[in-house]
Design a binder for this molecule. Structure first.
Ligand code: ATP
Length: 580
C-alpha cells in the first residue's frame, strides 16, 4: 500500500510538497504561544514584566495563533480535497475494470462484496491517504519539534526521563500491529457478507413474503448482525486498549516529568516558567503520541481495504485475451465438433456440436430444460473461455481471433432474465442504439409488438419502470428487451427464451415482424415453444449437451423424434385451450 501511495504522492508533488511544508510550519508555529507563556510567567516571577513586553507578548501570541489557524486550514483543506480526488480516480478505475470483466469473474465475487469494495473500501483508502498523511505530517513533525524545543528551552534531563513511558507505548503498539490487521479484515468481511445478505433479501422480498418466511429471515438476520457486533466489539476492545494504554502511559509520563521537574527546581536548575511550559509541552507530546498510535489503526484499516481493491484490480475473468482481427459483418457461423466444459463444472456441458448457419438464416434451438441451449449461446457471446475441443468459426475464422468488442457490436442479445434499468421505458429501448432517431424507435417498438402498450401508459415512453422493471409486466419487460435489441439492427439477433411470457398470438406477431424486417440478417431463437421456430431455416434439438436432431422443422417432424413428440403435445395443449 505504501508503495502505491508513494507513487500517487509523487504524481502530485506540488500538493503534497506544500502540505508537508505547511504541516512542518504549523508544528513549528504551534510552539510559539507556549514559549511566550513561559517567558511571560518568568517575567512575572522575576518582576521584570514591563508594559512594552506585555504588549509584545500579547501581539506575538495572538499573531501566531492567527497564522497557525490560516496555515492549518490551508494544508488540511488541500490534503483532504486531494484524498477525495484519489477516491474518485480509484472508483473510476475499479468501475472500468468491473465493466470489462465477464461471467466467470461475477460467478466468483458476490454483489454485496463488490459493493463493499466499491464503497467502504475505497472510502477507507481515501481516508488512509488523507487522514494517514495528516497524522504522519502533523504528529511526526510535531513530536520532533516538541522534543527539540523541550530540550532547548526547558530541561533536557526532564525531557528524556519523561519520554521513557512513551517509548514503551510505541513498543506495545508495535506488538498489537498484526493482531489489529486480522481483526479489521475479519470485521470487514463480515460486514461484506451482511451487505450481500441484505441485497439478496431485498431482491427476493416478494418471494420471502409469499412463503411466509419474513420472521425466519428476521431471525437469521439478527444472528448475522450479532456476528457483526461481536467482530466490531473485538475491534473496539483493541482500539480501546490502545487508546487507554496511551492515556495511562502519558499520565505516567506527566507524573515522572512533574516529580523530576520539582527536583530540578529545588536544585535551581529549572525556573517556574520552564516547569509550566514543560508541562504544556508534555501534554502536547502526549497528544502527538496518541495521534501516532492512531496511525497504526488507520494504516491497518487502509491496508485491509487496499488488499481488497488490489484483488479486484488484479482479477482475471479466466477468459483468453481479445483477438485483434476486425469484423464488420457476420456472414456465417460454424460450430465444428465443438465441446465445452464450464470452468467450475466436473462434466462436459456441450459435446460434438456441429452445424453451420449462413447469413440471412434463422436457427431454432430447442430441447429439454438444462440440456445446454443457453450454454451454446454463451459461446458466441464469448462469456466463457473457448472449449479445447473442436472450433467455432465466424466467416471461416476462429471466433477467438476477433476483437471481442467489435464482435459484441454485431450481436443483439435478449437474455432469459430481462435486465432493465430503473429509468424510463424509452431510455431502456434507446440503450440499444443511442443514435437511433424517432422513426427507428417507433419501428423497433412496433416490431416488438409494444406500440399498444406504450399508448396505454400515461407517460408513454417517459414512463418510469422502476428498479428491475418492477412497474411493468413480465411480457412487457420481454418486449422492451426485444425492442432494445432490434433498434440496434444487429447482424446476429439472439433470442434466448425471450418470448416465454407473451401469449402465442403475440409471439407469432413478433416472430413474423422479425423475419420481415431482418431479411438478409441472421437470427437464433432458443425456445421451449416450437411454434416460435416453425418458420426457421434450421432447427437443432439439444439433449444432454449434444445435438440429437437437426434439420428443417418439416424434416424434424418427419423423423418422428423428440421434436415430433413435443410438437404433438404442444398442439394438443393449443387445441384444448381453444376448446375451453
Ligand atoms: N455457470 C455455470 N457453471 C457450471 N454449470 C453450469 C453453469 N450454467 C449452466 N450450467 C450447467 O450446464 C447445463 C446446461 O445449462 P443451460 O443453462 O445451458 O441449459 P438450457 O438448455 O438453456 O436450460 P433452460 O431451458 O432451462 O434454460 C446444466 O446442467 C447447468 O447446470
Amino acid at each position: 500500500m505504501l508503495k502505491t501511495f508513494g507513487k500517487y504522492i509523487k504524481k502530485h508533488p506540488v500538493v503534497y510538497g506544500l502540505v508537508t511544508l505547511f504541516a512542518v510550519l504549523s508544528s513549528g508555529l504551534t510552539l510559539i504561544p507556549n514559549y511566550i507563556i513561559q517567558k511571560f510567567i518568568d517575567a512575572i516571577v522575576s518582576n521584570t514584566l514591563t508594559g512594552h513586553n506585555l504588549w509584545l507578548y500579547l501581539g506575538v501570541f495572538l499573531g501566531s495563533i492567527i497564522v497557525i489557524y490560516l496555515v492549518d486550514v490551508t494544508w488540511v483543506m488541500m490534503l483532504f480535497s486531494q484524498s477525495y480526488r484519489y477516491q474518485s480516480e480509484l472508483r473510476r478505475t475499479v468501475y472500468k475494470k468491473l465493466l470489462n470483466l465477464r461471467t466467470p469473474f461475477y460467478e466468483r465475487f458476490r454483489s454485496g462484496d463488490l459493493m463493499t469494495r466499491m464503497t467502504s473500501d475505497i472510502d477507507y483508502l481515501g481516508d488512509t491517504i488523507g487522514y494517514g498523511f495528516l497524522l504522519i505530517a502533523s504528529n511526526v513533525t510535531w513530536t520532533l519539534s516538541i522534543l527539540v524545543i523541550m530540550i532547548l528551552t526547558t530541561s533536557w534531563k526532564a525531557a528524556l526521563v519523561s519520554i521513557i513511558p512513551l517509548i514503551f507505548f510505541g513498543f506495545i503498539v508495535f506488538k498489537l500491529w498484526a493482531k489489529v490487521d486480522v481483526l479489521y479484515e475479519d470485521n470487514r468481511d463480515t460486514v461484506a457478507k451482511l451487505s450481500n445478505e441484505v441485497l439478496e433479501v431485498i431482491d427476493g422480498v416478494r418471494v420471502m413474503r409469499a412463503y411466509g418466511k419474513k420472521d425466519l429471515e428476521q431471525e437469521r438476520f439478527q444472528t448475522k448482525t450479532a456476528a457483526v457486533l461481536q467482530k466490531a466489539n473485538n475491534l473496539v476492545l483493541y482500539n480501546g486498549a490502545i487508546g487507554q494504554t496511551a492515556k495511562l502511559l502519558t499520565g505516567l509520563s506527566t507524573a515522572i516529568g512533574l516529580t523530576y521537574s520539582g527536583y530540578l527546581i529545588s536544585k535551581g536548575e529549572m525556573t517556574i516558567g520552564q516547569l509550566i511550559s514543560f508541562q504544556i509541552y508534555l501534554g502536547m507530546l502526549s497528544g502527538a503520541v496518541w495521534g501516532l498510535s492512531d496511525i497504526v489503526l488507520v494504516y491497518q484499516q487502509g491496508n485491509v481495504s487496499f488488499r481488497k481493491i488490489e484483488e479486484l484490480l488484479n482479477a482475471e475473468d479466466q477468459l483468453e485475451k481479445t483477438g485483434h482481427n476486425g469484423i464488420e459483418k457476420i456472414d456465417s457461423i460454424d460450430f465444428n465438433h465443438y465441446a465445452f466444459q464450464y470452468p467450475t463444472s466436473d462434466g462436459v456441458s456441450l459435446r460434438n456440436i456441429d452445424f453451420k448457419l449462413e447469413r440471412g438464416q434463422t436457427l431454432g434451438i430447442v430441447g429439454k430444460t438444462g440440456s445446454g441451449k443457453t450454454t451454446l449461446i454463451r459461446q458466441l457471446l464469448r462469456q466463457y473461455p473457448i472449449g479445447e475441443e473442436g472450433a467455432i468459426r465466424i466467416n471461416g475464422q476462429q471466433i477467438e481471433n476477433y476483437d471481442i468488442a467489435q464482435l459484441e457490436g454485431l450481436i443483439g442479445y435478449v437474455p432469459q432474465e430481462h435486465i432493465l434499468f430503473s429509468k424510463s421505458v424509452g431510455h431502456n429501448i434507446r440503450f440499444g442504439n443511442l443514435d437511433a432517431d424517432e422513426m427507428a424507435m417507433a419501428q423497433a417498438i412496433e416490431s416488438a409488438d409494444f406500440t399498444k402498450d406504450v399508448s396505454r401508459m400515461k407517460e408513454g415512453l417517459d414512463t418510469l419502470i422502476g428498479e428491475k422493471g418492477v412497474s411493468i409486466s413480465g411480457g412487457q419487460k420481454q418486449r422492451v428487451s426485444i425492442a432494445r435489441a432490434l433498434i440496434r439492427e444487429p447482424d446476429l439477433l439472439i433470442l434466448d427464451d425471450s418470448l416465454s411470457a407473451v401469449d402465442a398470438k403475440t409471439e407469432r406477431a413478433i416472430i413474423e415482424n422479425i423475419q420481415d424486417i431482418r431479411q438478409n440478417k441472421t437470427n437464433i431463437i432458443v425456445t421451449h415453444r416450437l411454434s416460435a421456430v416453425a418458420q426457421a431455416d434450421q432447427v437443432i434439438v439439444v439433449e444432454d449437451g449434444a445435438i440429437t436432431e437437426i434439420g428443417t422443422p418439416q424434416e424434424l417432424l418427419a423423423s418422428k423424434g423428440w421434436y415430433y413428440d413435443q410438437y404433438m403435445t404442444q398442439q394438443m395443449e393449443v387445441n384444448e385451450d381453444e376448446n375451453i
